[in-house]
Write a protein that binds this ligand. Structure first.
Ligand code: URA
Length: 428
């Protein structure tokens, strides 16, 4: 058995570490026996040298076993979840989870909060008056048993090693490492008690991964981890060169999700919801065409209402979206010149929403559920000078800075835009 310093040196020198050494290192870190400065050095060595799949398996397994693994084995049908690597306007979990549950496939979904330019499912759900996401694991299990879906936040006892390591990576410039991102995401997902997982790996100007090659690498790494742990895992690489749907901001996105479950809503949100639902059903051994049927017959919408009630929310928002929080003021965003929408700095658009109060720069920032951006143009659209591009919904905070930022982020020119298909590629 090698010492901690020898293991760090071996990784620094590009050697492959022994699985037992890896497990012990992670377990000892979680138990406080390895100080942060040694884990920082190891994370930096991994950042430069990477981990091969024979190392990533034990690393992820040790992270997974650092806390509670939810046991749903008494539910005999396949349980399937979806994870998105994060984007702008990405509200897909909201229509997707109830829709898949309405097809008879249980969805145990533990989600995160928004940070930086990306939004978070928990913040969106909590914009529904009364909706609680801080439920304990026993109640979560009960929801999955009875309604077929539970939507909660990370609990302290699930993957504590990841919580500690993620905070360390955040301050040691080691977040952007494909093996560390993959093991962090997969350990948390595998702790949910799922049998299969669909990953929505975003690529483009609003995503973690800016290039197709990097996104493919991340997707292949995560699929490899899932499969090595006996869980069917599929990744879809999907476009994030423009926001998803028209709405960015918590309550606005809930309203748009309800629209999609009513058979309306923007085409891209509907398309991606169905694409992900179909793969989830396929992995569960259910006919994928059921997703469209259950969307069209209103079963997905009805299931969303059940979840809202069961988690303490006001389900009347479904019939009466005016019950969702609403910003007091609106500012129309107009085109600064005539031309074609050539590109969007989608991250910049997400940051404009953060300036209004829709998101956080620090984990302890308080968000305003009512504010956000409504964007009425897509890549490739022709616009005339002074034509409205969208509406900034605000409560006085940050509206003019957000307006300037949006004008810069939406690039109008003469050239053609590279408008990619929404679902670019499937891996697994
Ligand atoms: N999301 C996670 O959960 N972990 C990472 O490392 C990056 C994004």
């Amino acid at each position: 058995m090698k010492s901690d310093v020898e293991l760090i040196a071996d990784k620094r020198n590009g050697l492959v570490l022994d699985p037992n050494d890896i497990k012990r290192f992670v377990v000892d870190y979680a138990a406080g026996k390895i100080p942060d400065y040694q884990m920082s050095a190891m994370a930096m060595a991994i950042y430069f040298r990477g981990l091969i799949s024979e190392e990533l398996g034990p690393w992820t397994e040790a992270m997974l076993h650092s806390g509670r693994i939810i046991d749903l084995s008494h539910i005999k049908t396949m349980k399937v979840d979806k994870h998105s690597t994060g984007g702008v306007g990405d509200k897909i979990s909201l229509p997707l989870a109830p829709l898949v549950a309405a097809c008879g496939v249980p969805v145990p979904m533990i989600s995160g909060r928004g940070l930086g330019h990306t939004g978070g499912t928990l913040d969106k759900l909590e914009s529904i008056p009364g909706f609680r996401t801080d439920l304990d694991v026993d109640r979560f299990i009960n929801l999955v048993e009875t309604i077929g879906v539970g939507l909660i936040g990370q609990t302290a006892d699930v993957c504590p090693a990841d919580k500690k390591l993620y905070a360390l990576r955040d301050v040691t410039a080691t977040v952007e490492s494909i093996p560390l991102i993959s093991s962090s995401i997969m350990s948390k997902k595998l702790a949910e008690g799922i049998d299969a997982l669909v990953l929505d790996v975003k690529v483009g100007s609003g995503a973690f991964m800016k290039t197709l090659d990097d996104a493919r690498d991340l997707a292949q790494t995560m699929v490899g981890i899932g499969e090595s742990m006996g869980k069917r895992t599929v990744a879809l690489l999907t476009d994030m060169n423009q926001p998803l749907g028209r709405m960015i901001g918590n309550a606005l996105e809930v309203g748009e999700s309800i629209d999609v479950l009513k058979g309306r809503g923007p085409d891209d949100v509907r398309e991606l919801t169905l694409a992900l639902a179909e793969v989830m059903l396929e992995l569960a051994g259910v006919d994928p065409s059921l997703a469209k049927k259950r969307l069209d017959d209103g079963s997905g919408l009805a299931r969303f209402g059940e979840i809202i009630s069961a988690q303490g929310g006001d389900r009347r928002v479904i019939e009466d979206p005016d019950r969702l929080p609403k910003a007091k003021q609106q500012l129309v965003l107009t085109a600064s010149q005539s031309g074609v929408i050539e590109s969007m700095d989608t991250r910049g658009i997400g940051m404009a929403a953060v300036l209004l109060g829709a998101g956080r720069l620090r984990t302890d920032d308080i968000i305003d559920p009512s504010v956000g951006i409504e964007l009425d143009v897509r890549l490739g659209d022709r616009v005339e000078k002074d034509q409205p591009l969208g509406i900034i919904h605000h409560n006085g905070q940050g509206s003019s800075t957000a307006q300037t930022r949006l004008q810069k982020a939406i690039v109008i020119g003469d050239g053609a835009s590279t408008n990619r298909p929404l679902v670019i590629e499937r891996i697994g």
